[in-house]
Design a protein around this ligand. Sequence first.
Ligand SMILES: [Mg+2]
Length: 377
Amino acid sequence: MTTRRILITGLRLTPLFLTFKEPYHWAGRVDHGSPVVLVEVETDAGITGIGESVASLAAEGTVAALRCVEPLFVGQPIHDVARLTHEARHLGSFNHLPWYADFVLSGVEMALWDAIGKAAGQPVYRLLGGAVRDEVDYFGFVQGDTTDELVAHARELAVAGYGVIYLKVGRGDEADLANTAAVREAIGGRRLRVDPNCAWSVPDAIRMIHALEPFGIDWVEQPTTLLSVTAMRQVREAVHVPIAADQAVLTPADVYDFVRERACDAICLSPHEAGGLLAFKKAAAIAEVAGVPICLHGQSVSGITDAAQHHLGLSTPNLTDGNQIMHQLLVEDLVSSPDLTPRQGKLGLVDGPGLGVELDRDAVARAADRYQKGDFS
Ligand SMILES: [Mg+2]
């Protein structure tokens, strides 16, 4: 039997705006949706790999950066993921902007894995070492602005069987305490995680975590600035509630620093942050050696990313529960199948080839139209 190399012929890039069902309230801001770029890797075998890059305010920036790296990929084999992403990450200023480079490039890397899986007729998790579990546990992500809205949704999520309920805080001390108390009462004994998204100084974090502790907090996520390992360690050493790192830990190198400094009890991580699925596996392995679990990190993305993360969740040994998933917040997802809705908080094997997702092309067209019209409300 001979194997033939499948070569990349081009990148199809489509800026999209994903609209949330309701305003998304979190520390210091309210979002109505999120720009992303649909990345489709075309090949000489007729296989198209699908991926998604997160985008900043202007998705054109991400598209332009991807056009700059496209010549590196065209004519190259889809299987050369490690070499191609290494070369792309060191092109031009990317070398000095690793976080931005990873955000831009991860959509291409994701699409390469989709293409590789489709070529092999195998789901991506089997290419990443195989499943170490047959289902991944996801969080119940509480949405709303007022305490009453948050309580109503938290109760719904608890009834739906989510074991980990997740609440945004960092919205002012009074609101944080009132919302946490009310949500705790609404969900009974279910686990409760809170996330102030970097909103607190070290002393504020220590004071607020002590104040929230009586409500039985499973972990506090990224209480302090994303720029300091030391700040996180100071907080962790001063409180009894577990601390999860999120925005401060993106790359395998960040994971190394955090676990070495014993600055967190868990790490939230996505392939967009790590620099792709392969880099996510490397980062997770560093944490595994240190005995630190990884939580899949939601980033205002579609079911494309949620599916890619699900393959990582299925195949990563040191995975926590209450993993993060975001497509349910959207007015409409880009994925028509499979159904990525957790049941009792859990989602089983996704066994189609590649990422296993079918795109809803009408939904993609509507999201592209929203982006082109600047309809970001
Ligand atoms: Mg977070």
